[in-house]
Design a protein around this ligand. Structure first.
Ligand SMILES: *Cc1c(COP(=O)(O)O)cnc(C)c1O
Length: 405
């Protein structure tokens, strides 16, 4: 039966409402209700709870058992902050979720996440009351942000803990460490809120990160010396967790490790850890066609057929967050075979299937996933000469299906 456009839209809306729930694959196909996701043609993400739980264990092990504050900023690097927060919420080694945007912190809390949530970024004053009432821990990073928090507190809303964000050399957010002692004392003297933690962010070069740690530890030591309770201290993103044992402090703050990738493609310790890529990016083949010798593919006529050969079209492109550099050597899995990408547009890409093919319209293509190596985040990053934070641009509207096993 042909679908009318109205039905299509109605069914799409249903699919969106169901996003994030685990829906058995076979149900979707047989019920034929889903346009997106496993039963539809548009790209979708399958997220593995098992892989996330494994990666938390691995990250904590890297830090000799320290608890993990999961950094899920930028929509969990494209995988879905709500979905990943829900997955991590029950893990015993997760001490909290750290986010950068206040709206996302509220969205994650409203999605039912129970663990502590730390807002590392700034917030719009109009949302201050909501944030505090939603039990989101605010960061103080300047005199202005202190004023904002004081004004919420003075309206009688809080007796809450805040965390002090110290800039030890990244130069992005936080009170510069050389001005932070007097500032910290002033905050400690507040009677409407108290200090629950102190944190900084380390840069990648090891010698400078060590210098940053010295600056941080000296400050914390001085505050403690005058009897100030500083709470939990944390500093280490994934790179420092691996490189600098002294950075582990009271907890570690990984982002990329939780999704199953090391922070850099060529990290030397890459063989020692059993991280698991946590997601599969999939879409269906929507067209196959035979090229004649000399036919070309793409706006720029990027690919020219040297002989008769089959190509497939997949409805995913750079506007969905699939890297346009894929046409320079990335592979895609269809069935149990890998095919090279020969063209990426905004909404589509093309695969080269070869002289003969068994690939059919409707077959599922896996663009990124845990196996084989060529389509893993690491293998993919290598093939396009990119970095391991590759999924960061996945479009928010791509539906997510959590696999509960
Ligand atoms: C992004 C970020 C992290 C996590 O970084 P990864 O490299 O993904 O581990 C930790 N802390 C802060 C403040 C960040 O902004």
């Amino acid at each position: 039966m042909k679908k009318s456009r109205r039905n299509f839209i109605r069914e799409s809306a249903c699919a969106t409402a169901a996003g994030g729930m685990a829906i058995p694959f076979s149900n979707l196909i047989s019920a034929n209700k889903e346009i997106h996701g496993p039963g539809g043609i548009n790209p979708w993400l399958e997220i593995s709870k098992k892989a996330y739980w494994n990666n938390v264990d691995v990250a904590s092990k890297m830090a000799k058992g320290k608890p993990v504050l999961a950094v899920l900023k930028n929509n969990a690097y494209g995988i879905g902050d709500i979905e990943v927060s829900r997955i991590l919420d029950g893990h015993p080694q997760i001490t909290g979720i750290a986010l950068v945007k206040e709206e996302r912190a509220l969205a994650v809390r409203n999605a039912g996440v129970k663990k502590p949530i730390l807002l590392m970024g700034d917030f719009d004053s109009v949302l201050g009351k909501d944030l505090v009432e939603s039990n989101i821990t605010l960061s103080v990073h300047s005199y202005e942000s202190l004023k904002k928090i004081q004004s919420i507190a003075h309206r009688g809303i809080v007796k809450k803990k805040v965390q002090l964000y110290i800039d030890t050399g990244l130069g992005r957010m936080g009170m510069p460490y050389h001005q932070a002692y007097e500032w910290g004392k002033k905050i400690a003297a507040e009677d409407t809120f108290s200090i629950g933690g102190v944190f900084t962010t380390l840069t990648s070069p090891i010698d400078f990160a060590n210098e940053q740690l010295d600056r941080f530890n000296t400050l914390v030591h001085r505050l403690k010396e005058v009897g100030i309770h500083v709470g939990k201290c944390h500093a280490a993103p994934s790179q420092s967790i691996l490189d600098i044992p002294g950075s582990h402090l009271d907890m570690v703050r990984p982002g990329i490790l939780l999704h199953g990738s090391l922070p850099s493609v060529d990290h030397i310790s890459s063989q020692e850890y059993s991280l698991q890529p946590s997601f599969r990016l999939k879409a269906r083949v929507i067209r196959i066609e035979k090229l004649r010798k000399g036919d070309t593919v793409g706006f720029s006529r990027f690919y020219t057929a040297k002989k008769e050969e089959w190509i497939a079209t997949i409805p995913i492109g750079w506007a969905d967050g699939y890297d346009s550099r894929s046409e320079n050597g990335a592979k895609v899995l269809v069935g149990n075979q890998l095919f090279p990408v020969i063209n990426v547009n905004a909404s589509h890409c093309n695969l080269l299937l070869g002289k003969k093919t068994t690939v059919k319209v409707g077959d599922i293509a896996t663009l990124i996933g845990p196996d084989p190596f060529q389509i893993t985040p690491k293998g993919f990053a290598e093939s396009i000469k990119g970095h391991n934070y590759l999924q960061i641009n996945f479009k928010e509207s791509i539906p997510k299906y959590v696999q509960e096993f």
